[in-house]
Design a protein around this ligand. Structure first.
Ligand code: ADP
Ligand code: MG
Ligand code: MG
Length: 515
């Protein structure tokens, strides 16, 4: 273990942090072999990580633009078809299924209830700091999550925990924070602002309450609820429960939790009104908030099975979905790559150059490996195959939840197997259609102490990824009823770990220490 300059024994500081975590609910559920569960401290960084103020502010500025972008992309059936219909659908049955449902439900001639429902998005745009030509760190987007964006609640509590630890043990942690600050802003950084208040746990229920009251005023249901669509065996339950608790305490909105499998039999749709009702209780479902459904494994009964039937039934209702299929598809990695092509942002923001410029500045290099690959895309492939530049890229399939990307040698091997280069010609095998190639980002390394299960896992060089939450509510006609920045998440992992993801066991929860 790397020796870290803190003024008290690390174990003592960890015990303090662990006690605050327990007292404030920074917990995840753990499952024993016999199926019973218990709670333990969520994976977390003992101290916050230095983060440049301007970069943090930039992420906040972009939040409402990304919301509008997702909303507009979701309504552009031609764009979604062109982007996801060809090579992606041919090679990825999951995305193909989402797209097919989207077309059946939203693009047919017939009227159906989904077409008149409101939209709600709880998005999280993830960024890494990356050095620009000016030798300063700027945010570059890793990906945009439009379904099951998690850790809003726990990161709110972690921010408070880090504010506590850094003030209570100020003298003991100063040297480490200062050393880390120098790595991100150099020696001339300005005054520190410390760990900002994280409004996520307030903002997300607030957006849900806007969507809820919109539903209530449109349909006057007698006892409406929000359904959280969750995974069987979910362990990140505290993060979800805190949203449920705030919906009740701040807005008196009740929540019911249900898996897609159960929704198949336990929620019914009235075919003359489009209302969804929980059969056993008669409660009307105003909003569906999906914390499941983003991975093929959330549909264990297969593509014609009960979970997909449930998803289709829920979608074809008058309930507000978070996300509706269009919002879900707008968050795919292929769409991200397509949006980075010249002229595409302009299609969605024809008269908002500020939005276009702001968004574009946050895009990293993104390359298609499909039949639409351009000379520039192929040049990136050649860069890997002919120049051994695999360390400068990440290869990503259309998956969510962490653990699916290819890096380094594996990336090179995957491309070698599926690409034929003859002279200037680059022939990409169809199997690469669902992948995108992305410029690899290199955030500054900072020394940190990481805890897992409340124990010190280790210390050493780490890198961080900032997530910026944003919430949006829109009417069927595209009127934006609510569009706000909704808090942050910082995830920190050891620098030698390629993948991210707290739930998938790679990263820990942290907070930005603004400087
Ligand atoms: P997922 O939807 O599975 O979370 P991501 O695109 O976020 O997919 O990739 C997972 C993780 O891989 C990220 O959290 C990050 O740690 C790492 N990663 C992804 N893209 C890049 C990149 N361009 N440069 C460096 N690391 C990346
Ligand atoms: Mg994701
Ligand atoms: Mg991610």
């Amino acid at each position: 273990m790397d020796s870290i300059p803190v003024g008290v024994p690390v174990e003592e500081l960890a015990a303090q942090a662990n006690s605050i975590a327990s007292a404030s609910g920074v917990q995840v559920e753990k499952r024993r072999d016999d199926g019973s569960t218990y709670f333990e401290c969520a994976p977390m960084s003992l101290l916050p990580n230095a983060y440049p103020k301007q970069a943090f502010a930039q992420a906040q500025t972009l939040a409402p633009h990304f919301n509008r972008l997702v909303d507009r992309v979701s309504r552009d059936a031609d764009f979604l078809q062109q982007t996801l219909g060809g090579g992606v659908s041919d090679t990825d049955p999951y995305t193909a299924k989402l797209l097919k449902l989207y077309q059946e439900i939203y693009c047919g001639q017939d009227d159906n209830f989904a077409k008149t429902a409101d939209y709600m998005g709880i998005h999280r745009s993830d960024y890494m700091l990356h050095k620009g030509a000016d030798d300063k760190y700027h945010i570059k987007q890793v990906e945009l999550n439009t379904i099951a964006s998690s850790f809003a609640s726990l990161s709110t509590k972690v921010a408070a925990l880090h504010r506590h630890v850094t003030s209570r043990f100020e003298a003991d942690v100063k040297e480490l924070l200062q050393a880390n600050k120098e790595k991100v802003v150099g020696t001339k950084g300005g005054d520190d602002d410390g760990v900002p208040i994280n409004p996520a746990l307030e903002q997300i229920p607030k957006a849900m309450a806007v969507a809820f009251s919109q539903y209530v005023s449109r349909f006057s249901p007698s006892n409406a609820v929000i359904v959280f669509v969750v995974q069987d065996g979910e362990t990140n339950t505290v993060d979800q429960r805190m949203l449920e608790h705030r919906l009740w305490s701040d807005h008196q909105i009740p929540v019911v939790r249900m898996s897609l499998t159960r929704a198949h039999t336990e929620i019914e749709r009235n075919d003359s009104t489009g209302a969804l009702t929980i059969t056993a209780t008669g409660q009307e479902v105003a909003i569906l908030y999906f914390r499941a459904g983003y991975a093929p494994t959330d549909y264990p009964d297969g593509y014609d099975g009960v979970e997909w039937q449930a998803r289709a039934k829920l979608e074809q209702s008058r309930a507000t979905k978070s996300p509706a299929l269009g919002y879900h598809l707008a968050g795919t990695k292929k769409v991200q790559q397509e949006l980075a092509r010249p002229g595409v942002l302009e299609r969605f923001f024809p008269d908002d150059t500020a939005a276009v410029e702001g968004l574009r500045a946050a895009f990293a290099g993104l390359y298609s490996l499909g039949e639409d690959a351009t000379t520039e895309d192929k040049a990136a492939v050649k860069d890997v195959l002919l120049s051994g530049a695999e360390g400068g890229y990440v290869l990503k399939p259309q998956r969510e939840g962490g653990g699916y990307n290819f890096y380094g040698e594996q990336l090179a091997a995957k491309l070698k197997e599926n690409v034929k280069v003859t002279g200037d010609d680059v022939e990409l095998a169809p199997v690469l259609g669902e992948f995108i190639l992305m410029e690899r980002l290199f955030p500054p390394m900072q020394r940190a102490i990481l805890l897992r299960g409340g124990k010190v896992e280790g210390s050493g060089d780490t890198i961080s990824e900032l997530g910026c939450f944003a919430a949006v509510v829109a009417s069927k006609d595209g009127n934006i009823l609510h569009n706000e920045y909704a808090g942050f998440l910082l995830r920190t992992k050891f620098a030698n770990v390629d993948e991210g993801g707290v739930a998938s066991g790679f990263a820990t929860l942290s907070s930005p220490y603004l400087c």
